[in-house]
Design a protein. Structure first.
Lengths: 140, 338
């Protein structure tokens, strides 16, 4: 077992870029390999933090929905009543997508309503934190 | 998957059919970065004379679903003008040579696209040319150049909505995950449509640093990648060229070359056109959304396995992330900034 998969990916990326790529003759393969190495680093970070980032998103979106219950229809209420079936990426993504669809609908309905600007601002604040949380570091 | 040797051999056969038995392909090199087409540089001997050509082959998948006829047709129409482009030579739809359609253009020697190592003076020289050329392109009458035979001609008051509708459709069709920031941008763009275009213009569609070649004297020798060319509002190209994505570390610069304000002034002077700030702002939000649509499409292609090109993965992931943050910068109300 490799206990720290993210570190392993980073080390493999480093080996690819510093030891294998310099031996390539084709500039195309060299550029392609360097990009793959950079992406491996980003994937390492996602491996370590990706699930947690999505769980933080879900927690924040749930808080927004608590302020917007009057805007939700029955289907949406059922969607946001679901919780993660497992911590497999596919299951977490499925729930994240369902929550995000509800968020988009709520955002569209509250942004033009003067009486719902607090909720609108709450959603924009979430979107900024979401973007910051998912920022991909270390890319040129 | 076709090998480099196969491309060399098949292109030699094709060029001998066109130019005679005196054609020899002496070297071939695949060029990295052309995500919409596989791009090869071929060194030739034609009756003993050295010559270079660029061959662009359709891949099974690309970043942009474009027609090769459009790109080639745009090159053919622009080539005789004062906008420098490579010489268009052949457009080949027959798959018997390379399993996919391809085009051949004259190569431009001793040139580069990377501006990162240039001096401030060289960047200023390049930036001045870049925006003067873009102004000249905006000033041209597309009908004089027969672009109406190649592309739909939009009404001036529908340029914005037609582009928005098209790229909104791409996002909705291709998104793998719902995109709350892009959807907020779509709603904003619909609610704030700009004034009608002041003229009908040839819109390059991807006019940015990296899509032109320049020589050692920092002179632009060719504007490339016309595959997203269309007719529309001239402000669209200006806005695309100014997108912060192309100058990520130095957002005050237009395409890492000259200050944004100077770029706009050069464009206005060269084109003779106006640049109303509110209209340009709409187009800047729009181009960020259009870029997201392109990156989402590339994600879809990568995810579906239509292409495993690393640049598609890069575009679909890193670029979507950055472009979403650019949109947030345009759209977040002041009172909601965290």
């Amino acid at each position: 077992m490799i206990p720290n998969t993210d570190d392993a990916l980073r080390m493999l990326s480093q080996r690819l870029m510093t030891q294998l790529l310099p031996d390539l003759r084709s500039t195309y393969s060299l550029s392609d390999g360097a990009l793959i190495g950079l992406l491996m680093n980003a994937i390492a970070d996602e491996t370590a933090e990706g699930i947690n980032r999505r769980l933080e998103d879900l927690k924040e979106m749930r808080q927004i929905f608590d302020s917007a219950t009057s805007l939700l229809n029955d289907e949406q209420k059922a969607d946001i009543a679901n919780t993660v079936e497992s911590y497999r990426l596919a299951d977490v993504n499925k729930l994240h997508d369902a929550y995000t669809r509800v968020l988009i609908d709520v955002h569209g309905r509250c942004e033009s309503d003067e009486n719902m600007q607090t909720l609108n601002n709450q959603i924009w604040a979430y979107l900024q934190r979401h973007a910051e949380r998912h920022t991909i570091r270390g890319m040129p | 998957m076709i090998t480099l040797d196969q491309v060399q051999s098949a292109s030699a056969t094709f060029l001998q059919e066109k130019w005679g038995d005196g054609v020899e392909v002496t070297n071939i090199e695949k060029i990295f970065g052309g995500a919409s087409r596989e791009t090869y540089r071929l060194s030739l001997l034609v009756d003993g004379e050295k010559r270079g050509v660029i061959l662009r082959r359709d891949p099974p998948s690309s970043l942009i679903d474009t027609e090769r006829e459009l790109e080639f047709g745009a090159y053919a129409r622009i080539y005789p003008t004062d906008i420098p482009v490579p010489e268009p030579l052949f457009l080949v739809n027959d798959k018997k040579y390379l399993e996919q359609p391809f085009s051949v253009m004259g190569a431009i020697d001793n040139c580069q696209t990377d501006v990162s190592l240039l001096s401030v003076q060289q960047k200023d020289k390049l930036g001045t040319q870049k925006y003067t050329l873009l102004g000249k392109l905006a000033a041209k009458n597309p009908l004089d150049l027969r672009f109406d035979e190649l592309l739909p001609v939009p009404d001036l008051n529908r340029c914005a909505i037609e582009q928005l509708t098209y790229w909104q459709g791409v996002i909705n069709d291709d998104e793998i995950h719902p995109q709350p920031i892009a959807q907020a941008a779509i709603r904003w763009l619909h609610k704030n449509l700009p004034a009608a275009a002041q003229k009908l213009a040839i819109v390059h569609g991807d006019y940015r640093t990296g899509n032109f070649l320049f020589n050692d004297e920092a002179e632009i020798t060719a504007v490339l990648d016309w595959e997203m060319c269309h007719l529309g509002d001239p402000l669209e190209d200006l806005a695309w060229s100014l997108d912060p994505l192309w100058s990520w570390e130095e957002p005050h610069l237009a395409g890492r070359l000259i200050p944004v304000e100077k770029a706009i002034e050069l464009w206005k002077e060269s084109s003779g056109l106006e640049c109303a700030p509110q209209n340009l702002h709409w187009w800047r939000v729009f181009v960020a959304l259009k870029a997201i649509a392109i990156w989402i499409s590339s994600s879809e292609n990568f995810e579906k396995g239509e292409s495993k090109d690393s640049i598609l993965a890069m575009a679909g992931w890193v670029m979507t992330d950055r472009q979403s943050r650019i949109l947030l910068g345009y759209l977040v109300p002041k009172e909601a900034i965290v």
